[in-house]
Design a protein around this ligand. Structure first.
Ligand code: MG
Ligand code: MG
Length: 273
């Protein structure tokens, strides 16, 4: 069932989504070589609970943590662990925040230190592809228009692989609702978009093959060829002209710009925003 949210409901989803952005900006302050991903997850969980929220992911289908932390060739759903971040790593950090009956869901991929230029380009293109998808999240478009825009933008000029096994989704009272939002598709195909639908758009783009596999832990998704993968996600309300983001990367990027351990060359926020 696809929900059309009221103005009041959308404001509650916005509050939760902006708390995801706030949580990810706390993460942006901490990332550096030598720090374990599980120590960052612990800080994020405390921040979420201190703000009266519940981490949407913890316990979801048995997921063990508040953040999905997916390093380098892992695509999504990585477990926070004793792994110590290294100079040159990229890490997708995905977070959900639940409060007042509604979830927000957003993800950002960070670059630790001296990341190769071609990997930074993958991050830049993946982030841009998310906004190409959001441009299509408008009344009377169809789900396939979003996926088409993402895939067309990422694969037209780059030999990147668009992951198909995992998709975006409706988000609201449940973390994952209808409809599914694939990152590929045909123009004019799929469910019709209506103003007031709230969806999470989340391109997962691989530098090499689009093929992925799941680790023995049953969760962690990784590229088959071991090449890096990037992931950016916003919670977005369908509107008349284009999607309206309910989450924001601005606080994440502003915090990141103050962290000298991060490469921020693919950020788009103005430093004085
Ligand atoms: Mg997410
Ligand atoms: Mg999601």
């Amino acid at each position: 069932m696809i929900h059309i949210r009221t103005k009041e409901e959308i404001e509650l989803i916005r509050k939760s989504a902006l708390m995801v952005s706030a949580t990810l900006s706390e993460v942006a302050k901490l990332l550096k070589p030598g720090i374990t991903t599980q120590s960052i997850d612990a800080v994020a969980e405390e921040f979420i609970r201190d703000n009266g929220g519940v981490p949407s992911f913890k316990g979801y289908g048995g997921f063990p943590a508040s953040l999905c932390m997916s390093v380098n060739d892992t695509v999504v759903h990585g477990f926070p662990s004793k792994y110590e971040l290294r100079d040159g790593d990229i890490i997708s950090v995905d977070c959900g925040f639940y409060k007042n009956g509604f979830h927000g869901d957003s993800a950002f991929t960070f670059a630790i230190g001296n990341v190769k230029p071609e990997v930074l380009q993958l991050l830049k293109i993946t982030k841009e592809s998310l906004y190409r998808g959001i441009d299509q999240a408008k009344e009377n478009n169809r789900v396939g228009d979003i996926g088409f825009a993402i895939e067309d933008f990422t694969s037209r000029e780059h030999p990147y692989g668009v992951v198909r096994e995992l998709v975006g989704h409706g988000v609201g009272k449940n973390l994952h609702e209808d409809p599914q939002i694939p990152n590929y598709g045909r123009r004019g195909s799929g469910k019709r978009l209506r103003e007031g639908m709230v969806i999470a758009i989340e391109p997962m783009i691989n530098m090499g093959t689009r093929e992925v596999f799941t680790w023995d832990d049953g969760w962690t998704v990784a590229t088959k060829d071991g090449m890096p993968s990037a992931h950016f996600e916003h919670t977005t309300a369908v509107r008349k002209g284009r999607g309206e983001n309910l989450s924001s990367f601005d606080p994440i990027e502003l915090a990141g710009l103050k962290n000298p351990e991060l490469n921020t060359s693919y950020y788009t926020v103005a430093p004085d925003a």
